[in-house]
Structure formats: structure tokens, C-alpha cells
Design a binder for this molecule. Structure first.
Ligand SMILES: NC(=O)c1ccc[n+]([C@@H]2O[C@H](COP(=O)([O-])OP(=O)(O)OC[C@H]3O[C@@H](n4cnc5c(N)ncnc54)[C@H](OP(=O)(O)O)[C@@H]3O)[C@@H](O)[C@H]2O)c1
Length: 326
């Protein structure tokens, strides 16, 4: 079997990870052997290798946090899930592996149909998009939401889930070539970021009130969202792709009563009941299997090329996700 492992943290994450050969483990009593089908490289995976993420596994560590595999063998006493069943890769165990062993009772089976690469991106970004739309501001059909980094996977899921809930989206990107892509995905308004963003949003939406703004960029981009948000509105910081601290002008807080909040999916996992988690993933998995929810894939790499894959995933200007496949 192959594993993508790293033994140190810091800059240039692609230089720290490498693919190593190991003995394929045999599943013990109550366990299953899972064979990887596809696993994405998310910004959080890159930050975990650079050491900038909110939780860091002990070293040496296996890269990755989500993906899809199939049951390859059953340990003693295990009758289900059957060999061949597609399941989520165990979370927080390192998903950039050709094989892994997990407790049979803990694996999450997936719909038999549906695109494997799309299902491989289920665990992290779709629930993030869903919760960003529901946990901060009570929105009704017809309401508007504004987001930056809108061509990210989260951003695309926000567009699709917002549309399914009757919400309208203003989508801010930093590249002109992403405007038609997001319009085709269902974005109601798509604009490039810039100093006059609030005025351009007001013009494009006939002055509609943005009560919820989603910020994955940080730095001065946060204040451009705050200036675009209605008086009393909420800006939610859930990512920092610029690597900079959120900047919000005092006038946005004082004269426009903007609230700035944070979101981390890890906290939701800690407080959501098992039933709530099952309901969330059941709904999202079905939407993905039906093709109603998707994110673009830029390129796939075999595990043996994990260094090239991480270098590409850590760079901007992609046309979707980078995925590892066996
Ligand atoms: N808080 C949570 O629980 C949670 C959960 C999931 C994801 N996230 C965060 O959500 C964000 C998006 O994740 P993802 O997996 O959807 O990302 P992704 O698909 O890999 O896309 C990355 C996005 O970031 C943009 N970007 C990269 N560098 C940038 C910069 N310097 N300034 C502005 N934009 C920049 C990219 O724009 P270009 O295409 O133009 O390069 C692209 O839109 C990340 O920050 C991630 O950490 C947070």
C-alpha cells in the first residue's frame, strides 16, 4: 500500500510530503479494509502541513482528511458493509493512502450511484456551505447573500444550496474568467473584487439588502464585504486565503453596526448530535449522487505524485479541486 506522509511542518508544503510504500494491513476483528478511490487536497490540508491550521496531528502524519473508498476486505465477525460498498474515508485519520483499516461500526456508507470524485468532496465543504447559510442569519426565499472566493468549492456549493433554498447570491471573485463560470453555475450576480465593490453590488442588485456576507479571503477583502453588507448585517469569516487578518474599518462596526463572526466546521462536529450529522450527510450525499451539487475538478494525480499534487493545490488560479486517486 501507499501512504502520503510528512515528518515536518513549515513553508513549501509540497517539499515535506512524500509517498511511501508500506505493508497493506489486514483488518482485525470488527474492522474493515478500505481501498481509496479518490481524495481531495483542500486548503486545510495544505495549512495542516505548513502548521497554520487550528488542529495539528502529531508527526509523522498522513496527509488528507476526507475522501471516498470501497470496502476491500472484512475482518473477523464483520458482515457489513459488504465488500465493494463505497464509504467515506475515516475523518482525521489521513486520507491520502491507498488503503486504511477502520472500525466497521464507524464507517459511513455512500449511495451506490453518483460520481466518485464528487462524493470524495462530501465531508468538508458541502456541510460548511450549508451551515454558513443557516447558522448565522435567518434568511427567507428571495433574500440575498454575498460571498468572496466564490469560485472556491465552498463558494460553488453556496451558490447551489442557496438557489435550492430560494436565496440569491452575489459572488465576488478575483479573476474575470470566473465570471461566466459562476453565472453558469447559478450565481445571480458575479463581480470581480475591487475598491468600489459595494457600489457595484448595489447597482447590480438594485440596492438589495445583504444581511449575510461570507468571507474566505481576509485582509482588506473583509471590509469590502462589510461595506457591501446592510446596516446590522453579519460578516462570517470562515477562511483566510490571503493569509492576512480580517480588516474591518471602525466605521463599519460603529456607523453600520456590522457583526463579524467566525465559523469552523470542527466546532459543529463537536456539538451536533449523531442524528443531526446523519441528516446533514444523508441530504448532501443524495444531492451529490443526483448531480444537484457539484464542484469542479481541476486535475487528478496518483498518490505517487503527491508532491506535484500538493504544489498545484497550494497555488491559486486553478479551475477546481486537485484530487488524489490511487
Ligand atoms: N471554517 C471551516 O470550517 C471551513 C471548512 C471548509 C473550507 N474552509 C475554507 O474555505 C475556503 C475555501 O475552501 P475550498 O476548499 O472551497 O477552496 P478551493 O476550492 O481550493 O478554492 C480556493 C479559493 O481561494 C481563492 N484564493 C486563493 N488565494 C487567494 C488570495 N490570495 N486572495 C483571494 N482569494 C484567493 C481562489 O481563487 P483563485 O481561483 O482566483 O485562485 C479560490 O477561489 C478556504 O479558506 C478553506 O480553508 C473553511
Amino acid at each position: 500500500m501507499r501512504q502520503a506522509v510528512y515528518e515536518s511542518r513549515g513553508a513549501e508544503p509540497h517539499t515535506r510530503i512524500r509517498c511511501v510504500e508500506r505493508e497493506t494491513p489486514a483488518p482485525g476483528a470488527g474492522e474493515v479494509l478500505i481501498e481509496l478511490l479518490a481524495a481531495p487536497i483542500n486548503p486545510s490540508d495544505v495549512l495542516t502541513i505548513t502548521g497554520q491550521y487550528g488542529s495539528l496531528p502529531p508527526l509523522p502524519a498522513i496527509g488528507g482528511n476526507e475522501g471516498v473508498g470501497r470496502i476491500a476486505a472484512l475482518g473477523e465477525g464483520v458482515t457489513s458493509p459488504a465488500v465493494g460498498t463505497r464509504v467515506l474515508m475515516p475523518i482525521a485519520a489521513g486520507s491520502w493512502v491507498s488503503h486504511t483499516v477502520a472500525r466497521a461500526a464507524s464507517v459511513v456508507p455512500l449511495p451506490a450511484d453518483g460520481d466518485v470524485q464528487q462524493l470524495a468532496m462530501l465531508t468538508v465543504n458541502p456541510p460548511t456551505a450549508s451551515l454558513l447559510l443557516s447558522e448565522f442569519v435567518s434568511l427567507a426565499p428571495g433574500d440575498w447573500v454575498v460571498q468572496n472566493a466564490a469560485n472556491s468549492a465552498v463558494g460553488e456549493y453556496v451558490i447551489q444550496l442557496a438557489k435550492a433554498r430560494g436565496l440569491r447570491t452575489v459572488n465576488v471573485v478575483r479573476r474575470d474568467d470566473m465570471v461566466p463560470v459562476l453565472a453558469a453555475r447559478g450565481g445571480d450576480v458575479v463581480l470581480t473584487d475591487g475598491p468600489d465593490l459595494a457600489a457595484r453590488i448595489a447597482a447590480a442588485t438594485d440596492g438589495a439588502a445583504m444581511r449575510l456576507a461570507l468571507d474566505a479571503v481576509g485582509g482588506s477583502a473583509t471590509d469590502r464585504l462589510a461595506q457591501s453588507t446592510a446596516v446590522g448585517g453579519t460578516v462570517v469569516s470562515y477562511g483566510a486565503m490571503s493569509g492576512e487578518a480580517c480588516k474591518v474599518a471602525p466605521g463599519s462596526f460603529v456607523f453600520r453596526n456590522i457583526t463579524l463572526r467566525g465559523f469552523w466546521l470542527a466546532f459543529w462536529f463537536r456539538q451536533a448530535t449523531a442524528d443531526q450529522q446523519r441528516a446533514m450527510y444523508g441530504d448532501l450525499a443524495q444531492r451529490i449522487a443526483r448531480g444537484e451539487l457539484m464542484a469542479r475538478v481541476h486535475r487528478t494525480f496518483p498518490l505517487a505524485q503527491v508532491q506535484d499534487a500538493v504544489a498545484l493545490a497550494a497555488a491559486g488560479g486553478r479551475n477546481g479541486k486537485v484530487l488524489l486517486v490511487p
